[in-house]
Design a protein around this ligand. Structure first.
Ligand code: BGC
Length: 251
């Protein structure tokens, strides 16, 4: 039997899939199988809320009454979603904590997806115990970022929207841009090199962590990138959002 104080549910909302699991908050590990449902077309708040309810049901009896952390691909401030890069514009300015909390009848904590991944690395991964500034970047549909300074998250850094050639740099350097344009790993590595050089120039981090699904193949693109700070892969990949979001219920 799980208990509210050492387990929580994490829900990871993405542009293509919504995933959930029960997390052991002490160990920072999954305490259930991961369940997944494709993101409904249009990605509107009511449709995604329905999917969130189904995901919690799929987790079964052990999930009953557990608090929930939700990570979301947008700026999130005080439980309100403030942008919408790959989801419906209806999320902009929405009290997401309130909407989901009322419908699911329990405490809900929304957080930006990259910030959740950053928290997972901070508590249980490559950023644990790191002094100074660590920047976590997630390479996927967009580019997400998390700033971790002396063990604390500085939320909503949005480095994927640094302007580059008149547009957000994620349109050119994300993992989805590589697939969409069908460019080689070397060419993509060159684009990432420009991204990381720009980030280093602006913020002088002490450590860079690369996350997102693509970080399970580091040999394909890391050899093309040189940075002043060490550049390492995230320890949590597929489950980073779920683990990081669930951990929010402790804060
Ligand atoms: C969003 C960020 C998000 C990132 C990764 C960007 O388009 O603006 O909030 O963290 O994609 O999903």
């Amino acid at each position: 039997m799980t208990k509210a104080h050492d387990h929580a549910i994490g829900i990871d909302i993405g542009g293509t899939g919504m995933k959930a699991g029960i997390v052991d908050l002490r160990a920072g590990t999954m305490a259930s199988d991961r369940v997944r449902i494709p993101t409904p077309a249009g990605a509107t708040p009511p449709d995604m809320l329905e999917v969130a309810k189904q995901l919690v049901e799929m987790l079964g009896e052990d999930a009953a009454g557990l608090p929930i952390g939700v990570c979301f691909p947008a700026i999130v401030k005080d439980g309100v979603t403030l942008s919408a890069a790959n989801v419906s514009d209806d999320w902009i300015g929405l009290d997401a904590d309130g909407l989901f909390g009322d419908a699911l009848g329990r405490d809900i904590h929304f957080v930006n997806d990259a910030d959740a991944a950053g928290l997972a690395e901070l508590k249980f991964g490559a950023a644990h115990g790191q002094p100074g500034l660590t920047i976590v970047t997630t390479l996927g549909t967009g580019i997400g970022s998390a700033f971790l300074f002396d063990g604390k998250l500085v939320p909503n850094s949005e480095l994927g929207h640094l302007e580059w050639k008149g547009d957000s740099i994620e349109k050119w350097a994300s993992a989805s841009a590589r697939e969409r344009e069908d460019i080689s790993w070397e060419e993509w590595g060159g684009r990432l090199q420009e991204f990381y050089a720009h980030v280093e120039f602006l913020f002088s981090p002490d450590l860079l962590i690369v996350g997102g699904g693509v970080s399970k193949n580091p040999d394909k693109f890391l050899p093309y990138i040189t940075t002043r700070a060490p550049l390492v892969t995230a320890e949590h990949r597929n489950n980073a959002g779920i683990i990081g979001a669930a951990g929010l219920v402790l804060t």
